[in-house]
Design a protein around this ligand. Sequence first.
Ligand SMILES: Cc1ncc(C[n+]2csc(CCOP(=O)(O)OP(=O)(O)O)c2C)c(N)n1
Ligand SMILES: [Mg+2]
Length: 600
Amino acid sequence: MTAIVGGKVFYMDDKSQGGSTMTKMKVEEQEKARTKARMSGSLMLIEALKEEKVEVIFGYPGGAVLPLYDELYKAGVFHVLTRHEQGAIHAAEGYARISGKPGVVIATSGPGATNIVTGLTDAMMDSLPLVVFTGQVATSVIGSDAFQEADVVGITMPITKHNYQVRDISELPRIIKEAFHIATTGRPGPVLIDIPKDITTAEGEFDYDQDVHLPGYQPTTQPNHWQIRRLVEVVSQSKRPVILAGAGILHANASNELRQYAEQQNIPVIHTLLGLGGFPADHPLFLGMAGMHGTYTANMALCECDLLINIGARFDDRVTGNLKYFAPKATVAHIDIDPAEIGKNVPTKIPIVSDAKAALQELIAQQGKPADTAAWLTQLDEWKRRFPLHYEPEAGTIKPQKLIEMIYEMTNGEAIVTTDVGQHQMWAAQYYKFNRPHRWVTSGGLGTMGFGLPAAIGAQLADRSATVVSIVGDGGFQMTFQELSVIQELRLPIKIVIVNNQALGMVRQWQELFYDKRYSHSLIPNQPDFVKLAEAYGMPGLRAKTEAEAAEVLKQAFAMDGPVLLDFHVRADENVYPMVAPGKGLHEMVGVKACEESSR
Ligand SMILES: Cc1ncc(C[n+]2csc(CCOP(=O)(O)OP(=O)(O)O)c2C)c(N)n1
Ligand SMILES: [Mg+2]
């Protein structure tokens, strides 16, 4: 068995935790001997996970991984049995997002493996480091349509950063070591290792004490000095520069450097959806989120800027809108660890292939002449004041935007927030003001409904002392709510907030705006009783239908120690604004309201 003590996981058989009196030398000798020992493939996997200091595995057993699960049992590794493999992989993503360490997943062959396809794609799109082990039928029957055989390597080839099938036990330690290396270096991503059942029982030498040798994989992490010099030069001459910062800032732990650089050069900062928290939302230089549901100021700044410095974002179409109208007046500089992203969507004058932190450190060290941005910042402040995010308050109901603001206040803006995908996700991004990095867990690139609840499990396990709020849609929640069982079992104090508009709200919004209000299969007036569902899973459930009730149940929920499910019946016909309609440019936002009062 395994115990969690103060947020740390201890392997019961790990003697090094037990106050051993062995000298350092003896420990080293023993370590060496252990790394060369002969053992089964299953045991090798467990030893490798120890070497990699893996704290938790998310998984689900089955025939092809039975030998492995038997070793897990004996070793007492901390393994979370989710109730669906999709839950396991989203939990691993949440864990990776918050801890910065790779999330580890085990699934069995065939349906176990195919159940993780969505999560792999999600992690690939959002650059999350995962190491995923799938069972496979024995090598002797691969290709014979054996029971629970699926071509997992073929299926997952385009949705993993790299994948392997182990064909010989001697390869296993090297492959696992490479997988962790590839998942966590350069642009992070998911790596899958498919292990046939006979490999898990075969014996071989466990040599983990070897260097990773991958001549074809050498990510560039340090910026080219001359490109940095060019950027410094261009910045000093610009009048309307802006930084567009993506999740690359978070992966590189470069929030401090981003802030230092922006302040040194007086350059305003815009975030992508996934970058939120990389730059403090309450900083005077922050303009908000860009894109389809971005702020007026962020989007107009992208339209009007003369220099656009993209750091760790990939010019996703949800951010750029119609590329024809994107940043038309700007010289574009792009700092990215992945060279394939530079120039992919937007012509780029200054390409800088680098880790975001390293590039920012070098930019700061250059101490270039700051741009004269005084007039630009005055203009941006005027936009911020005149066109803030806006909704009409209405106390008799619950306005979803107000609900997010209430949660923000209740948690002092300190919570880890996970979401599903849809309107509630956009409202959370707009109205929960993230001042700190690594507090925001959402499915950006793939837009995966059902992500929020299992991701919250991983996030809470990565940071046991954090307040975790999972803001989910009434639609998305029903895609993975079986994971309530895990939350209850582990007594994770997650506050689950269902923004219940009795609809697939974002679909309903598009149908209202672009399909003449033909609400084809998007209204769900007969949602189940979510409070009773919570009770069925052994946790309290609370419901609110007005703002006053919402304030009351939030107070109750956050005073409770354990998990709580909150069912908020919000205004069902509320839309997310501003909005850039598909195919439009960022300047064509609709739903922007001038705040004349404050400009008077
Ligand atoms: C797995 C999956 N299926 C379909 C979609 C398409 N889709 C995007 S948002 C949305 C509606 C989500 O409804 P809900 O979870 O209730 O959130 P709301 O928009 O109402 O806040 C749908 C169906 C998706 N993103 N993911
Ligand atoms: Mg909904």
